[in-house]
Design a protein around this ligand. Sequence first.
Ligand SMILES: Nc1ncnc2c1ncn2[C@@H]1O[C@H](COP(=O)(O)OP(=O)(O)OP(=O)(O)O)[C@@H](O)[C@H]1O
Ligand SMILES: [Mg+2]
Length: 262
Amino acid sequence: MAQIEITNVSKNFGFGNRAVVALDRVNLQIEKGSFVSLCGPSGCGKSTLLTLMLGLQAPSGGEIRINEQPVLSPDKSIGTVFQDANLMPWRTVLSNILYPVELRRLPKAQFRERALELLDLVGLRRFADHYPAELSGGMRQRVSICRALILDPDILLMDEPFSALDALTRDEMSLELQRIWSLHGKTVVFVTHSIREAVFLSDRVVVMGLAPGRITEEFDISLERPRSAEIETVDRFNTLIHDIRGSIARGRIGVDVEMERT
Ligand SMILES: Nc1ncnc2c1ncn2[C@@H]1O[C@H](COP(=O)(O)OP(=O)(O)OP(=O)(O)O)[C@@H](O)[C@H]1O
Ligand SMILES: [Mg+2]
């Protein structure tokens, strides 16, 4: 059984001439330990789908199950990383990472060692007592990944986590994320506008289309792991990027499904 089961999920916003079908009957099964990317044009419902998986809002129709349980409210078995690292400027790096522990009133002392190990993993241990303003954008994003991992969630949901970074840092972060994922065996759902990044990291790329937001196509990325920058010379890597780009371009053209059905 898949760890995340999304069955016939729809999400509507607004009424009358403001009505938007953000998601129309989305079906998606995500296996435990797999790395799945969501790609598609702006407004096709990628972030909305993540908020539904997180239990931050309810679907208008259909159901999401995680570990066989319906998602009804936010859950500690999910870690999140967003576009903005969103660290608290008045807290040190270590104290930011321990924030979810505080929030849940768990014993902070017990998690301190784990926080330092995570900082080791991302090469930032010596910055534990620094403040976010003293870090670069890439370093801040690495801290936010540590914060997402502190409670050892089964699942990591990431919404364009690297989009604010320059191209080189972004490539480094991709390698870093691949390493963390292969060490920890988390299930990752990753939203990105970079097709190259999606193909580099994923087991599967799910393409979404617009108007209404829906899944249009899925691609299996059966490229060997671990993957390095060398992969750019592999024909299949480039063919996948080309095919996915074409698929996204086709999904940009909204299809009136009502008309299609009749
Ligand atoms: N809280 C909300 N209220 C009203 N409409 C919303 C709300 N959240 C999302 N929408 C609408 O739902 C659609 C999907 O939005 P969503 O943010 O999920 O897109 P996205 O695929 O993440 O886009 P982007 O790539 O730009 O981040 C859009 O038309 C948006 O206007
Ligand atoms: Mg979004």
